[in-house]
Design a protein around this ligand. Structure first.
Ligand code: TMP
Length: 217
């Protein structure tokens, strides 16, 4: 099973990923945690360039995320799924649609085509959209990094940043509305334990359902 965690800045994906993995392991599932960008050796270099280098043009940025994903799917995610592991990935194709598409304004169909190409058509079985208003998430992200948010798309202007992140938020909202079976909204308000409990309420029945199907097959 392939699970992705998505959402804007400061929604708590990085805290929730190990909590979900722990729950999965307790239920007896072998589980791999990974992330984009940065799930491979090439990805780590790309992450550093994307998040700490000079800003790239939107198209160059899109292609770097795509390169990260191509390497990641073929070297890490694909083999882990083939070995029967549950893969929990912090960001995947929906981030590209939300950030580069809705946020930056790159054509959504072009991004979808690129996503299909670099993933070989692999799609998450379940995507958890951690939903937090962008104002709150950005505040959280800034306070944990002494004012500097590790964003790929950051301007020197806080208002512009906020507008960008509002577009990203609307992007996730639109994507979730279009694919309600796959993308499930989970409120990211509250303590990490409260959010983890909400996530588990979504994941657990999906695992049971898949096991039932596997047994029938
Ligand atoms: P993270 O720190 O939450 O992992 O995210 C790193 C940054 O990368 C975050 O600002 C979102 C951005 N990003 C994109 O813009 N497009 C993408 O396709 C991915 C995977 C991440």
């Amino acid at each position: 099973m392939f699970i992705t965690l998505e959402g804007g800045e400061g929604v708590g994906k990085t805290t929730q990923q190990p909590l979900l993995a722990e729950q999965l392991r307790q239920e007896g599932y072998a589980c791999l945690c990974t992330r984009e960008p940065g799930g491979t050796a090439l990805g780590k270099t790309l992450r550093d360039l994307l998040l700490h280098g000079d800003p790239f043009t939107p198209l160059a940025e899109l292609l770097l995320y795509a390169a990260d994903r191509a390497e990641h799917v073929s070297k890490v995610i694909g083999p882990a799924l083939a070995a029967g592991q549950v893969v929990v990935c912090d960001r995947f194709t929906d981030s590209t649609l939300a950030y580069q598409g809705y946020g930056r304004g790159i054509d959504l169909d072009l991004i979808r085509q690129l996503n299909r190409w670099v993933t070989g058509g692999l799609q998450p079985d379940l995507t958890l959209w951690l939903d937090l208003p962008p104002e709150v998430g950005l505040g959280r992200a800034r306070s944990r990094s002494s004012g500097v948010v590790e964003l790929a798309v950051q301007s020197t202007n806080e208002q512009e940043d906020l507008e960008f992140h509002r577009r990203v938020y609307c992007g996730f909202e639109t994507l979730a509305a279009a694919e309600p079976q796959r993308i499930v909204r989970v409120s990211a308000q509250g303590s990490p334990a409260e959010v983890a409990a909400r996530i588990w309420l979504v994941v657990k029945p999906r695992l049971a359902h898949r096991n039932t199907i596997a047994n029938v097959d």
